[in-house]
Design a protein around this ligand. Structure first.
Ligand code: PEP
Length: 265
């Protein structure tokens, strides 16, 4: 994993009420204090950002706060949307873009994903850009082609000053929330190809500094093997991020991998 600091994100999706979100933040804040070799971010629903921010701040937690989406325009007549400045105001500095549920359930188009990615990078936010193939695409042997086209579309004409602020989450659609996980070898192959595309889009050094994380039914019992692959720099965790013990085990696996590989903190 060279010198990339592992990144573990908890995507809470449309789950938890306010009390549940605060309780989960409290648990995580306490238990993650020693996990200093990795970067951890949680992504609660918009309406819980304020309470999550206050809870993490009170506990002096290192856990970063993220939003599950933003709209790329700064303000205006965009009913129902939330701007980057609005989520920043609530302490969020990481944002998910292009999650498969937004692409495939909500129908978010690629040009909008590109606009969001650009707006976040320009605002100095950490953008976690999600890409990945459907089952049909995998079975047709198109995994790398799909990842490449989603990457090239989202990152077109983008300049990256700080590679830490772009995280790519490779999430095969068929593995999200299904209990099916890509094998470590298959995931590594996809990540290696993604890094090669990043090198072509930016340059070798930038590509080597960008974290590429895996998502899709990561659990305590498969995290360590996935994270020990050379191009897998952590994970984006859905279901297991709602269970504090599971999420902490996954974070610990990332921390141990980073220690074994000598990542400087
Ligand atoms: C996700 O929502 O990004 C995800 C990977 O979900 P799960 O871990 O539940 O598959």
């Amino acid at each position: 994993m060279a010198s990339r600091r592992p990144y573990v994100g908890g995507n809470w999706k449309m789950n938890l009420d306010r009390n549940g979100a605060v309780a989960l933040c409290r648990d995580l804040a306490q238990e993650t204090l020693t996990l200093d070799a990795i970067q951890i971010a949680i992504f609660p629903a918009f309406v819980h950002l304020d309470a999550a921010h206050a809870t993490l701040a009170l506990a002096k937690s290192n856990v970063m706060l993220g939003a599950q989406d933003v709209y790329p325009e700064p303000d205006g007549a965009f009913t129902g949307e939330i701007s980057i400045a609005m989520v920043q105001d609530f302490g969020a500095n990481h944002v998910l873009v292009g999650h498969s549920e937004r692409r495939h359930v909500i129908g978010e188009p690629e040009p909008l994903i590109r606009q969001k990615t650009r707006a976040l990078i320009e605002a100095g936010m950490t953008c976690v850009l999600c890409i990945g193939e459907t089952l049909d695409q995998r079975e047709s042997g198109d995994t790398n082609a799909i990842n490449e086209s989603q990457l090239r579309s989202a990152l077109r004409n983008l300049t990256i000053d700080d590679p830490q602020r772009l995280v790519i989450a490779y999430e095969p659609v068929w593995a999200i929330g299904t209990g099916r996980t890509a094998t470590p070898d298959d995931a590594q192959d996809a990540h290696k190809h993604i890094r090669a595309v990043l090198a072509d889009l930016f340059d070798e050094n930038t590509a080597n500094a960008i974290r590429i994380i895996y998502g899709g039914s990561v659990k305590p019992d498969n995290a360590a093997e996935l994270f020990s692959q050379p191009d897998i720099d952590g994970g984006l965790i859905g279901g297991a991020s709602l269970k504090p013990n599971d999420f902490l085990s996954i974070c610990t696996a990332a921390q141990e991998t980073s220690r074994a590989e000598g990542v400087s903190t």
